[in-house]
Design a protein around this ligand. Structure first.
Ligand code: 5AD
Length: 388
């Protein structure tokens, strides 16, 4: 690069137009490059400026090098666009304004760099291996009436099912044969799932497979249930916060459910000692970009061990049937941002990503996710567990 600048006969001096042309030809491409090329370029440009200043001092015929210097400095700032990602990676946080800008940015190079960095961090922490959790959907009965969810109590068109304890253990058996190290028992808030029954199911899984991790995802329960299930052998609990804006939460959930209670449950789970997972739907009705920034802040405060996010997918039997689906791209950006903010967290490439894009889960992995959750539920019941 420098050689190109020196190629001019110095004694003739250079005009701004000469300078800008050569500058564009030699430098602009490199400016847009990522580190370490960018750093090298930065140094090269400083040197070029120095040479210009020397020329200005020594040669009368030089016309207007000052413009060249301004132009140079301007380009340095343009070239610094990737710094925001580097800082996010280094400091694990950004300001609200910067997070907002990343979520809204139309700069495809910048976003590609964000995802690349996130993937690099994930590979650094977990290697190239993707963790696999066996998902068992134990019941689609639910006492709640969340406006977005296909198995809401108010949906009379769902054929309801509930796995027996034996069926659940059979799924675990299958999962064990397939090599899964974690079983995830997920279900609606089924009133028949008493404290004792779940406790008994968990105890038996723990007895039969002492080395497996047991994850529960059974919604909001009294503190006592969480404690007893933990004592019975459950290690992890997934409970998405859905949105960290209490007012928005109110618009997605029926009366009787509250953001405060959701947060209280999450805090209890952490206090008891569960590896706790939370997360939000992306692009749910009424959600704003600021809400998403709020979600990132909430997760930053809670410091969960697992973060599950997925795009909202509208379900025809819900009040949100006519609402637009969430954006796959925004979800991928959030996964990448979350990976850089929480390098060690387990972040799944969720099924809803795969629902809205055929390669959605693969894209999730390439944006920093490190977990997939294949379905271990009995094939005959799977269709009935349609959250979206
Ligand atoms: N679209 C996307 N995600 C949904 N979930 C429930 N309904 C939908 C939907 N329509 C998510 C919620 C819940 C998790 C089990 O599934 O975030 O916490």
């Amino acid at each position: 690069m420098l050689v190109n600048h020196l190629y001019f006969d110095i004694s003739r001096g250079i005009s701004f137009v000469d300078y800008a042309t050569i500058f564009l030809l030699t430098n602009i491409k490199l400016f847009r490059e990522k580190p370490p090329l960018r750093a090298m370029n930065f140094i090269a440009i400083l040197c070029t400026n120095l040479i210009l200043i020397v020329q200005m001092k020594c040669i009368d015929s030089i016309k207007s090098p000052t413009w060249g210097i301004f132009f140079n400095i301007f380009c340095i700032f343009v070239g610094m666009k990737y710094d925001v990602i580097d800082r996010l990676r280094r400091e694990r946080s950004l300001t609200d304004v910067e997070l907002r800008e990343l979520l809204l940015s139309a700069d495809t190079e910048l976003i590609a760099y964000l995802k690349e960095q996130a993937r690099e961090v994930a590979v650094g922490v977990f290697g190239r291996e993707i963790k696999s959790r066996g998902l068992i959907e134990i019941s689609n009965y639910c006492r709640n009436n969340c406006l977005y969810c296909g198995i809401r109590a108010g949906n009379a068109d769902v054929e309801r099912y509930r796995l027996s304890a034996e069926e659940i253990w059979e799924c675990c058996e299958q999962g064990d044969l397939l090599g899964f190290q974690t079983f995830v028992l997920q279900g609606g808030e089924d009133v028949r799932h008493t404290t004792e029954w779940v406790e008994m199911v968990v105890k038996e899984i723990r007895r039969r497979w002492p080395e497996k991790a047991i994850t529960l995802s059974l919604g909001e329960r009294p503190d006592e249930d969480y404690q007893r299930w933990f004592d019975a052998g459950a290690d992890r609990y997934l409970l998405r916060h859905e949105t960290a804006n209490a007012e928005h939460y109110g618009r997605l959930h029926p009366e009787g459910m509250s953001y405060e209670n959701r947060v209280r449950c999450l805090q209890t789970l952490k206090r008891i000692g569960y590896e706790t997972g939370t997360g939000m739907m992306v692009g749910s009705p009424y959600q704003t970009v600021d809400d998403l920034v709020g979600d990132l802040r909430f997760i930053e405060q809670l410091q969960p061990q697992m973060i599950g996010i997925g795009p909202f997918v509208s379900h025809r039997d819900t009040p949100f049937a006519e609402c637009e689906n969430g954006s796959v791209e925004t979800t991928l950006r959030l996964i990448a941002i979350l990976r850089l903010m929480h390098p060690e967290a387990n972040i799944p490439a969720t099924t809803s990503l795969g629902t809205l894009a055929t390669d959605g889960r693969e894209q999730g992995i390439m944006a920093g996710a490190n977990v997939v959750m294949p379905n271990l539920s009995p094939v005959s019941q799977r269709k009935k567990y349609a959250l979206y």
